[in-house]
Ligand binder design. Structure first.
Ligand SMILES: Cc1cc2nc3c(=O)[nH]c(=O)nc-3n(C[C@H](O)[C@H](O)[C@H](O)COP(=O)(O)O)c2cc1C
Length: 457
């Protein structure tokens, strides 16, 4: 039986996310992001259309690399203003039963103890539908917001993340035994203190001496997503991630990254199938190729090249305002998302320029749209799944909500006819749906902390 393709809607709690400028399209509704009914409708729509989840990006700083100022980002709504994505989850969960929530949270600026509690709370409230996209940030503006001069160096951020993971695993997996809850009103006994353990940790970055405040939730550790595929990023993914989010334009390049992460994971005692890979994709479709092309031309009229450069500058850590159109860009010093710089160099060659970058950002980002009839889109998605080993797609919004309606109405039925998309949800928490069990498998590093028998403190 052919493997089923997974779909997440890829969005952010803001006006301008990936495809910059499209919020200005008259049919786009992203400006309603402060209105809870917008997100409630959105969640209902995705679940009715059998989407697997909604994947929310997040940044805690401003994209102020371009021209050394936040002015263009504010003018063009380039991921600012931006609200907290976690707070949307309970409302969307209340009107759905299966839709999963992949929430990006930057671990650098929040104590693991508090963060672990918020994720456990969401895992309880969603009945096990929560995933965490583990990011370490790439903006100095975020570091400055919490009192630092600049963010830590690229690889050091991953070292910090390794220690952070160790602490949150212990809170989620080790602190409470499965049978710690007795809940016997006749004895006035809710939890057995012998079965709830303090986590004591003293490391270079974090110290802790506390029990986890939440009782075990359906998944315990949320499903772990990771995005970032520099060499250090891949090591991190191979160790921790259950779902990896990659970007890329050529099948060979993406396949090489996926194969490498899976090989590194096997070196760590995991199985290649323990990791699902989601590729970022943008789809513009219609009943015919012609209709899709016309839609694309219409969308394109609203793209903002300046806003696209603002986002690219921040994510690559390069101030494109300093370069003339045809001046080669100096790429060697990026301390931001190294994989984005590498992907651009792979596509455009080592001597790329601002002109080449702008030529790629046809719809407002470096993510090139797949344009065409639903059959054509289904062919393309199937090719990525077969040839690159991609399991699913994080589908960037263009003009919302019609971009997702188009996929639901035309692309999903064709994939279903081809046996490449589910026709109904399976039961259970997110990890159960993805990997067949609700908790981390025993071979995952996070499961190594579990206690199965009472232990003295
Ligand atoms: C496809 C993709 C999506 C990402 N989304 C976010 C995000 O929403 N928020 C964020 O702070 N960092 C995001 N990042 C940044 C990375 O998670 C990571 O913190 C950092 O950029 C290092 O990536 P690298 O290993 O490729 O250098 C994203 C990176 C990629 C490649």
């Amino acid at each position: 039986m052919a493997k089923k393709i997974l779909f997440n809607a890829f969005d952010m709690n803001c006006v301008g996310h990936i495809q910059q400028g499209l919020w200005a399209h008259p049919r786009d509704q992203s400006g309603r992001y402060t209105d809870l009914s917008y997100w409630i409708d959105y969640a209902r729509r995705l679940e009715a259309g059998l989407f697997d989840g909604i994947f929310m990006a997040d940044v805690v700083g401003v994209n102020d690399v371009y021209g050394g100022s936040n002015a263009a980002a504010l003018r063009g709504a380039v991921q600012v203003p931006v609200n907290d994505p976690m707070l949307l989850v309970p409302a969307m969960a209340a009107v759905t039963k299966h839709l999963a929530f992949g929430i990006t949270a930057n671990l650098t600026y929040e104590a693991p103890f508090l963060f672990a509690r918020r994720m456990s709370t969401l895992d309880h409230l969603t009945n096990g539908r929560i995933g965490w996209n583990i990011v370490t940030g790439y903006l100095d503006s975020a570091a400055k917001a919490i009192g630092l001069d600049a963010q830590a160096a690229h690889d050091d951020r991953y070292d910090l993340a390794d220690e952070y993971m160790n602490v949150v695993y212990r809170l989620w997996e080790e602190s409470w035994q499965d049978d710690a809850i007795v809940n016997d009103p006749s004895r006035h006994l809710y939890a057995d203190p012998q079965k709830v353990h303090k986590i004591r940790h003293k490391g270079p970055q974090y110290s802790l001496d506390a029990i986890h405040l939440c009782e075990p939730s359906p998944q315990r550790a949320p499903v772990l997503y990771q995005a970032g595929s520099s060499t250090r990023g891949r090591q991190f993914a191979a160790t921790h991630a259950e779902c990896v989010f990659v970007n890329g334009q050529k099948i060979e390049g993406v396949k090489a990254i996926i194969d490498d992460i899976r090989t590194r994971a096997t070196d760590r005692g995991r199985k290649p199938d323990d990791i699902k890979v989601f590729m970022g994709a943008t789809i513009v479709t219609g009943r015919t190729d012609k209709e899709a092309q016309e839609k694309y031309e219409d969308y394109r009229a609203y793209v903002s090249s300046e806003a696209a450069l603002v986002h690219a500058a921040a994510s690559m850590g390069i101030d494109f305002a300093k370069y003339d159109l045809d001046e080669p860009i100096e790429t060697g010093k990026s301390a931001a998302i190294v994989s984005n710089v590498e992907a651009m160099t792979r596509t455009a060659g080592p001597q790329w320029t601002k002109r080449k970058l702008l030529e790629q950002m046809v719809l407002g980002s470096r993510q090139p749209p797949m344009i065409g009839s639903a059959e054509k889109i289904a062919d393309e998605l199937g090719k990525w799944a077969n040839e690159a080993g991609v399991d699913g797609f994080n589908l960037s919004r263009t003009v919302v909500p019609e971009c997702f309606d188009d996929i639901i109405e035309s692309v999903i039925p064709i994939l279903q006819d081809r046996g490449l998309y589910k026709t109904a949800y399976s039961e259970g928490p997110l990890r159960q749906k993805l990997f067949g069990q609700p908790r981390l498998p025993a071979r995952h590093i996070g499961a190594g902390h579990r206690r199965f028998s009472p232990a003295a403190e």
